[in-house]
Design a binder for this molecule. Structure first.
Ligand code: ZN
Ligand code: ZN
Length: 400
């Protein structure tokens, strides 16, 4: 593994910052202390900053040479509403808030890279260091873009990276095409007519109608969607009734839809709406259907994903740059990739053995209350960021 020496030397100091962030987690759009720390460090290293995009966003602006080429490197800063189960010294000091997705580590890896890039300036162009708020459901990336991220800081491409538990430390994964799915929510109310459970013929029972909806939705996936395309519908809430001898007036359904393309998403939304309307009508019930699109699919552009693969192969060897299996989870970096070419990569967080007592006896996934970012990744992730920036902004040889 070819790590940059100074990043290895500086890793302990950056790990201390990571643990400081872990101990003081902040939720969506409340990353004030975190943003203050990021801003203070960038300023200390001589990097001009811009603050306030998306409420708490920080952008570091690092220029060198004469080229007008520019690249964006993005880290997310927010934590989750989870009460941490870990008891180590840097565990969250705030019950109900926890860095259970490793965004403390993402912030630390990008800070480490920022320090190195500022000290060495071995590139021609501009590196934008994007520290964004509110990835966990708040759409912090969307807010930064809405408030002018790419107009104020024009860039040719943007890259993001997420730690991935269970994948070996020392491995990366990134591929062209979908990396993560779109995330969407629906809520449906079936309006029937309540009454006595022993006299069903005098009412309109919404429960069998709602059951038909749940079943019929699955036919969208198997009969309407092209079988080779990804997509899922999960009905996750089904609420009706208060007594065993009463037919309720209404039945409420909620759930999530995930797809890797907007075309499949359009199809699913359209078919669900039609099924709700017509199945309800067939039973003389009425259906209210609400569909909310949260995050679009995260789609890596081919040139940038392959560029990132090349950079990573140079650091860990081609065998350790895996094909990225698309995940049905979602990610608001998707908004950045809708606006700019770029790629979203995974960096292996290892098997959990970086913790003294493992994660309650083994590895655990993101959002688990026993999760912890692996500090061993800091020099590797930072090396990857530095190499990406330096190779993307490599000085162009004058034409002969
Ligand atoms: Zn998360
Ligand atoms: Zn995350």
């Amino acid at each position: 593994m070819k790590l940059i020496d100074s990043l290895v030397t500086q890793a302990a100091g950056i790990a201390a910052i990571r643990r400081e962030l872990h101990a003081h987690p902040e939720l969506c759009f409340q990353e004030v202390r975190t943003a203050d720390l990021v801003a203070a460090k960038l300023t200390e290293w001589g990097i001009p900053i811009h603050r306030g995009l998306g409420t708490t966003g920080v952008v570091g602006i690092l220029r060198n040479g004469t080229s007008d080429r520019a690249v964006g490197l993005r880290a997310d800063m927010d934590a989750l509403p989870v009460t941490e189960l870990n008891t180590f010294a840097h565990a969250s000091k705030t019950p109900g808030k926890m860095h259970a997705c490793g965004h403390d580590g993402h912030t630390a890896m990008l800070l480490a890279a920022a320090q190195h890039l500022a000290q060495n300036r071995n590139f021609d162009g501009t590196v934008y260091l994007i520290f964004q708020p509110a990835e966990e459901g708040g759409g912090g990336a969307r807010e930064m873009i809405k408030e002018g991220l790419f107009e104020q800081f024009p860039m040719d491409a943007v890259f993001g990276m997420h730690n991935w538990p269970g994948m070996k430390a020392g491995q990366f994964a990134v591929s062209p095409g979908p990396a993560m799915a779109s995330s969407n929510e629906f809520s449906i109310t079936v309006h029937g007519k309540g009454g006595h459970a022993a006299l069903p013929h005098t009412g309109i029972d919404p429960i069998p109608v709602a059951c038909e909806l749940v079943q019929a939705f699955q036919t969208i996936l198997t009969r309407n969607k092209k079988p080779t395309e990804g997509g899922l519908i999960s009905v996750t809430m089904f609420h009706a009734g208060e007594a065993s001898n009463v037919i309720p007036d209404t039945c409420e359904l909620k759930g999530t839809v995930r797809t890797f393309s907007l075309e499949v998403l359009d199809l699913i939304e359209k078919r669900m709406r039609k099924i709700v309307e017509h199945v309800c009508a067939a039973h003389d019930a009425e259906g209210d259907f609400h569909f909310h699109r949260n995050y679009p699919p995260t789609i890596n552009t081919a040139a940038e994903a392959n560029f990132a693969r090349g950079v990573m192969s140079g650091i860990v060897g081609a065998d350790n740059v895996l094909v990225q299996e698309p995940a049905m989870t979602s990610e608001d970096f998707a908004f950045m990739l809708q606006a700019k070419p770029g790629a979203y990569a995974f960096i292996g967080n290892g098997d959990g053995s970086h913790r003294d007592a493992m994660h309650g006896g083994g590895p655990c996934m993101l959002h688990n209350a026993s999760y912890d970012f692996n500090d061993d990744l800091i020099p590797l992730g930072a090396t990857c960021w530095v190499e990406l920036a330096e190779q993307f902004l490599a000085p162009q040889k004058a034409a002969e």
